[in-house]
Design a protein around this ligand. Structure first.
Ligand code: ZN
Length: 463
């Protein structure tokens, strides 16, 4: 009988192996099937439009709302910023509660706090940072930077420069644009902004350098329609571009133009695009409210373009913030050293109508006044303000000094519009976080500027 049992046992063993084999085959098939399903259904990449209003503290977006409002009605119309507000973020740097643009941009570009003046290095001044733009490139995104400053200026530079160069060494920063990724790729596909001069300084023959890297150069200012192929650098000016308020009519909305064209070119591809409204800050540093509002108007239109893009392409995140606030802008009169103005500083009034009529920056008005034979008429032409006798005397007294007369111009415009400023530098006030589209809920409430970058890194890695 034992051979019969042995035979049955053999059959059992045989069956066991057949079943095991078939089970393995089925599991393999199931495994391949699941992988295919995962690949087919895995979330597509989320594109990021990261917009930074340099110096755009909360007083700027508020002032802009009243500046833009139709004063014939009592209802105040919300701005595009009001429609996408999510929270606030702190901006302190590693060595000061008041950050500069270099440390703030390093925080926003890489989630690292560093010292004021430092770009591309961590707080130990040795370790190089990894930026959102670089990580985006690693994950196969198209990458771009657009700014109204030189493209080698602190904010755009922080997304690409690595050497820890002082922020004013723009030719050194220009060289870093050509450091390739570990797999030999250019870090950027799209560059729009001013400052070709720094690339010309950095390279013996910049045309040839661009050619070696396969980069097309465009030099048609804000005529961006000619751009046909990636990668490219479109220089809007050789040196520093002018303020929006001083630009030719067709170029006043240049952040908006650059944003619209960039999105147009990148449409349909996963991308990381940083757009900076660079000069809001510069108007703040010179306490020029009309200059600041013109920059805000341009930036607001750029944000509107980006928001419309998100509406049409839901798989996109729009993040808007500032790196810090500049000038301590107050929507209310400043305390004047002038006895006769003390009562004015207690009034509850702000006159955006005065600001709307200003036709140029204080630099341009000061220059015109110095070249003019009729101070009253020139002032009137540029500002629609009829000078009082004491104001006229202030201008006349300062007329031989370029900077002094410019300061008098801003003093008069600030006083007439009841606009206050507390500093020529930056302030430590928190700035707003605006977000719209895919993943925008992550940015609600209070956070630090480094948290914004951390969350954007998460978006890029699809977490
Ligand atoms: Zn600044």
């Amino acid at each position: 009988m034992s051979h019969i049992y042995a035979g049955i046992n053999n059959i059992r063993v045989c069956l066991f192996y057949i079943i095991l084999f078939q089970y393995t085959v089925i599991m393999k098939k199931l495994y391949l099937f699941l992988i295919t399903i995962t690949l087919l259904t895995s979330a597509p990449k989320t594109s990021i439009i990261f917009m930074i209003g340099d110096g755009m503290g909360p007083a700027y977006t508020t002032a802009y709302r009243y500046y833009k409002d139709d004063n014939t009605t009592h209802k105040i119309t919300p701005t595009v910023f009001d429609t996408i507000l999510k929270g606030m973020n702190s901006t302190y740097s590693h060595n000061s509660v008041i950050t500069d643009s270099a440390a703030a941009a390093t925080a926003l570009a890489s989630a690292n706090k560093t010292d004021n003046g430092i770009i591309g290095l961590k707080d130990n001044h040795k370790e190089k940072i990894q930026t959102l733009l670089e990580v985006a490139k690693k994950y196969g995104y198209m990458t771009g930077l657009a700014a109204t400053s030189t493209i080698t200026h602190a904010t755009p530079a922080a997304f690409i420069a690595k050497g820890g160069h002082p922020r004013n060494k723009e030719a050194e920063i220009a060289k870093d644009f050509f450091i390739k990724t570990p797999d030999g790729k250019l870090k950027f596909d799209l560059i729009m902004g001013g400052g070709e001069k720094y690339f010309a300084e950095a390279f013996a023959d910049f045309n040839q350098t661009a050619n070696e890297y396969g980069i097309t150069l465009y030099r048609n200012g804000y005529m961006l329609e000619d751009i046909k192929q990636f990668p490219f650098m479109a220089f809007t000016s050789y040196d520093y571009p002018p303020f929006a308020i001083d630009e030719k009519k067709e170029n006043k909305y240049r952040v908006a133009k650059m944003t619209e064209r960039s999105l147009n070119l990148l449409e349909g591809k996963p991308f990381f695009l940083m757009v900076e409204g660079s000069q809001i800050d510069w108007c703040g540093h010179i306490n020029d409210v009309a200059c600041a509002m013109a920059e805000m108007d341009d930036f607001a239109q750029a944000v509107t373009h980006a928001k419309t893009y998100v509406d049409k392409h839901p798989n996109t995140l729009l993040l808007v913030t500032a790196d810090h606030s500049t000038g301590g802008l107050a929507i209310g009169d400043m305390v004047s050293k002038n006895e006769s103005k003390i009562e004015q500083a207690k009034t509850y009034t702000w006159y955006p109508e005065v600001i709307k009529k200003i036709k140029a920056s204080s630099y341009v008005i000061a220059k015109a006044l110095r070249e003019s034979k009729d101070i009253n008429m020139t002032f009137q032409t540029y500002t629609s303000i009829t000078l009082e006798q004491d104001e006229y005397l202030q201008v006349k007294e300062a007329i031989t000094n370029k900077e002094k007369v410019r300061v008098v111009v801003t003093d008069i415009i600030n006083s007439r519009s009841h606009t206050g400023w507390s500093t020529l530098g930056h302030t430590a006030v928190d700035v707003q976080t605006f977000a719209y589209g895919e993943g925008s809920q992550k940015f609600k409430g209070f956070m630090d500027n480094t948290d914004i970058a951390k969350k954007l890194f998460e978006v890029l890695s699809n977490k």
